[in-house]
Design a protein around this ligand. Structure first.
Ligand code: SF4
Length: 344
């Protein structure tokens, strides 16, 4: 019989296990602390637990800890981890340092079932969802790297790596629960952003669940036909549905949304594209991140001219919309936006 992943157990279940073995319930608390806040890779690491108890755990459970298989460091300080999962599959996560913060960008799925035309991950088929502990481990590993290289803890997390987080809803939510809990990393949910390609039903579910983290939506165009070309799956999710779900989100959470937006040459770099975005931004409080693009090949999707970006910034600001231009980091190691899974 295959052994169970011990981190699939809640704290209460772990306490119950020890009681069922004739031990004290608080042993469950000790082990739980080792598993999460101390990020133990093996039962042998649990030095304040008796050898007999560790053997007992070994007989019943496994710890499916991720392993950083390959770590690359960019000239600009960005770190990319290729992370091996217990079944040999690989995902990538990135540490992005800036002067004021260090951000972890983590993956939520192996591959992706969506089909964004500009994205390297879309070229891999979705193989499976990540478990909550596999997402948590990526964050914990990057936190260690942040301490090692930059002498301070991780300050922010974005769920913007490989996969669509809202298609792995329960595990993403559980990972955030652990990251924010005192028994995990104790981070504030306000420092976490979940980025979705825009699935209206799931955005409403987030609102109903009254989540406290931030929401970002990869919009890329506020013109239906253009968006459908860039993100073909969005034919099933018209912009009117997306708008309605975002209004619902804001009504319930009072939390403004960030629109992630890449400007591509000859795709969405005209004044009519800018005007449509301004209109879309009028529905709820929001801000826009214009993200620099890193071509994954020499095909249709190429970075727009600086003039086009300037036109976006000018018009958005003229209309009172907060806009940031995000320069990509880690291009030399394929860690920049849209590039994950380019090589591995
Ligand atoms: S951009 Fe995100 S949602 Fe779209 S294919 Fe890539 S990983 Fe999936």
């Amino acid at each position: 019989m295959s052994k169970k992943d011990i981190r699939a157990l809640t704290k209460d279940q772990l306490r119950d296990f020890f009681v069922s073995q004739g031990d004290k319930a608080f042993r469950g608390n000790q082990v739980y602390e080792w598993l999460w806040s101390k990020s133990a890779h093996s039962f042998a690491d649990m030095t304040n637990i008796s050898k007999q108890t560790r053997d007992q755990l070994e007989e019943n459970f496994v710890i499916n800890h991720i392993k950083v298989d390959n770590m690359q460091r960019s000239k600009d300080g960005t770190v990319k981890n290729a992370v091996k999962l217990h079944d040999g599959l690989i995902v990538e996560s990135v540490l992005i340092p800036t002067e004021s913060r260090t951000t972890a960008c983590v993956s939520s799925q192996v591959g992706c079932s969506l089909d964004c035309e500009f994205c390297a991950t879309a070229r891999l088929k979705r193989m499976r969802n990540l478990n909550a502990d596999e997402i948590y481990d990526q964050v914990a590993a990057i936190n260690q790297e942040s301490l090692h290289y930059y002498n301070h803890k991780l300050s922010n997390i974005v769920y913007m790596g490989m996969g669509e987080p809202l298609m792995n809803y329960n595990n993403v939510m559980k990972s955030i629960e652990m990251i924010t809990s005192e028994e995990g990393l104790g981070m504030s949910p306000k420092r976490i952003t979940v980025s979705t390609s825009g699935l209206p039903k799931m955005i409403k579910k987030l609102a109903d669940d009254e989540v406290k983290f931030n929401l970002a939506v990869s919009l890329h165009s506020a013109i239906e036909d253009t968006r459908n070309k860039i993100m073909p799956f969005s034919k099933n999710f018209p912009l009117t549905d997306l708008r309605e779900s975002l209004e619902y989100w804001y009504e319930k959470t009072q939390s403004r949304v960030t629109y992630e937006y890449v400007v591509w040459r000859d795709i969405n770099d005209k004044q009519e594209d800018i005007n449509a975005l301004v209109q879309f931004c009028s529905y709820i409080p929001c801000k826009v991140n214009l993200i620099e693009y890193n071509p994954i090949d020499d095909g249709e999707y190429q970075q727009a001219s600086n003039k086009a970006i300037d036109d976006y910034v000018y018009t958005l600001e003229k209309n009172g919309i907060v806009v940031n231009v995000r320069r990509s980091r880690g291009k030399d190691i394929d860690a920049a936006c849209g590039q994950l899974a380019n090589k591995s």
